[in-house]
Design a binder for this molecule. Structure first.
Ligand SMILES: *Cc1c(COP(=O)(O)O)cnc(C)c1O
Length: 380
C-alpha cells in the first residue's frame, strides 16, 4: 500500500535503535533538557553550519521566538510569501505585527524577489508601518533565492527569518538550509523531512546575543537561572524523548534518506516528463530535501476527480495549499498585500502533491507515474 509519507516503514527500518534510545531516556528519567537535547543541538548546528542551535517545542514557536528576540511588535511589517503554510504568517500576526503577503515565483513557488522589493517600497511609501523582517519560506524543501533576497534586505535594512520547516537538508551553492537567515527555524513535525514522534522545532543563528535571548524567552524569560525571570517569555522546549529519537533519525537522514528521496524525485521527473504537468523546478546549485513533490496539473484538469481516481488506485495525494494566505479568514483584517498575488492564487487551483518519502519503492513510483499519466490521457 502506497503511503503519502511512510512513517511505518521508517520505524521498521530504525526500530532497534529508536527503541534503545527511548528506553535510555526512560531509564535516565531525565525528560526535559539533559545530554540528549544538548547533543542533538550541537549535531544539528554542525550539520547546518551555524554557531547556535536552540531546540524548542515546534516550528511555529521557533518562528515566534525569533521574532520575540528581535522585539518585533505592532506597527512592524513582516513580509511573508502568500503561498505557504499558515504558521509563517501566524507567528508575526500573533505578536501584533502586520504580515505583508508577497506573491511567489511561478517556477520555484518561493517568494518572488522582485515582488518583495516592490512590496517593501510600497510599505515605505504608504508610511504607516515599519518594514522589519522578511520571512523566507523554503517551500517543499527548496531553499529560496537567497542571493537576491539578501541583496534586497541589505538595501532596505531588513532582517531575514528563514522558515526552513520544510527544508532541513536542502542547500544552495553548498550552503545548508537553516543557515541563510539572520535567524533560521525548522520543524520536526512527523511528516517533515526530519521529523520526530510528536512536536518539535529548532532555531539556528550565528548571533550570540540573539541566541541567549531565545534561550531565555523559551524558558519563561529566565535570567541567570529558571527562577530569576527577567522578561516575559513562554515555555517552549523539545523533550529528551524527542531529542533521542531525532538523533537516531538524523543519522539515517544523513546516511541514506536524503539521497534516496532525491533519487525518487529524479525518477518522477523522468517518468512524468511527457505527462503535460509542470514538474517541480530545482534550479542549478540548489538541492531540495523534498518535503513534497508537487506538480501543476494541465489547464482545465478536474483536480478533485483526479484525486478520487488516484485514491481508487490506492494512491494518496494532497493539495498543498488549497488557498493563498490572503484568502484565509483569520488574516482578513490583519494581513495586507500590495499586488494581486495572482501566481499564488493560480498555484492553489492547480497544484497536486504526490507521494514521496525515502522508503518508496521503484515499482510504487512507477505505479503513481502510470496512473497519473493514464488519468490525464483519458481526459484529453
Ligand atoms: C510545518 C510548518 C511550520 C510549523 O511547524 P510546526 O512544527 O507544525 O509548528 C511553519 N512553517 C512552515 C512553512 C511549515 O511547513
Amino acid at each position: 500500500m502506497i503511503q503519502f509519507r511512510d512513517l511505518q516503514k521508517q520505524y521498521a527500518a530504525l526500530k532497534p535503535a529508536v527503541d534503545e534510545a527511548v528506553a535510555g531516556v526512560f531509564t535516565s528519567t531525565h525528560f526535559i533538557g539533559g545530554s540528549e537535547v544538548s547533543s542533538l543541538e550541537s549535531e544539528l548546528a554542525d550539520f547546518v553550519g551555524t554557531t547556535h542551535c536552540i531546540s524548542c517545542a515546534n516550528g511555529t514557536d521557533a518562528l515566534s521566538l525569533a521574532l520575540m528576540a528581535w522585539g518585533i511588535k505592532a506597527g512592524d511589517a513582516v513580509f511573508v510569501p502568500d503561498f505557504t503554510f499558515f504558521a509563517s504568517a501566524e507567528a508575526p500576526a500573533h505578536i501584533g505585527a502586520t504580515p505583508i503577503l508577497v506573491d511567489v515565483d511561478a517556477q520555484t513557488y518561493n517568494i518572488d524577489p522582485q515582488k518583495l522589493e516592490e512590496a517593501i517600497r510600497a510599505v515605505h511609501k504608504e508610511g504607516s508601518l515599519t518594514p522589519k523582517v522578511v520571512v523566507t519560506v523554503d517551500l517543499f524543501g527548496l531553499p529560496a533565492d537567497y542571493s537576491e533576497i539578501r541583496r534586497i534586505c541589505n538595501t532596505y535594512g531588513l532582517l531575514i527569518l528563514e522558515d526552513a520547516a520544510q527544508a532541513f537538508g536542502g542547500s544552495y551553492k553548498g550552503q545548508k538550509a537553516c543557515s541563510f537567515g539572520d535567524i533560521s527555524t525548522t520543524s520536526f513535525f512527523p511528516a517533515k523531512p526530519l521529523g520526530c514522534y510528536g512536536d518539535g522545532g529548532a532555531i539556528f543563528t550565528d548571533n550570540d546575543e540573539w541566541a541567549s535571548l531565545i534561550r531565555s524567552y523559551a524558558v519563561h524569560g529566565k535570567g541567570s537561572m529558571k527562577y530569576d525571570n527577567v522578561r516575559v517569555g513562554v515555555n517552549s522546549r523539545l523533550d529528551a524523548i524527542q531529542a533521542a529519537i531525532l538523533r537516531v533519525k538524523f543519522a539515517a537522514f544523513k546516511d541514506y534518506e536524503l539521497d534516496a528521496i532525491n533519487k525518487t524525485a529524479d525518477y518522477y521527473d523522468v517518468g512524468l516528463k511527457d505527462s503535460g504537468c509542470e514538474l517541480p523546478v530545482v534550479p542549478a546549485s540548489y538541492y531540495s530535501s523534498w518535503a513534497q513533490y508537487t506538480i501543476r496539473l494541465p489547464q482545465g484538469t478536474d483536480r478533485n476527480a483526479m484525486q478520487e481516481y488516484l485514491k481508487g488506485q490506492g494512491i494518496p495525494t494532497m493539495v498543498y495549499y488549497p488557498k493563498p494566505l490572503h484568502q484565509q479568514p483569520a488574516l482578513k483584517d490583519i494581513a495586507r498585500r500590495f499586488g494581486d498575488n495572482e501566481v499564488s492564487s493560480a498555484l492553489c487551483e492547480t497544484v497536486l502533491s504526490l507521494p514521496i518519502h525515502p522508503y518508496l519503492e521503484t515499482y510504487e513510483v512507477d505505479q503513481v507515474i502510470s496512473e497519473v499519466c493514464s488519468f490525464l490521457k483519458s481526459r484529453l
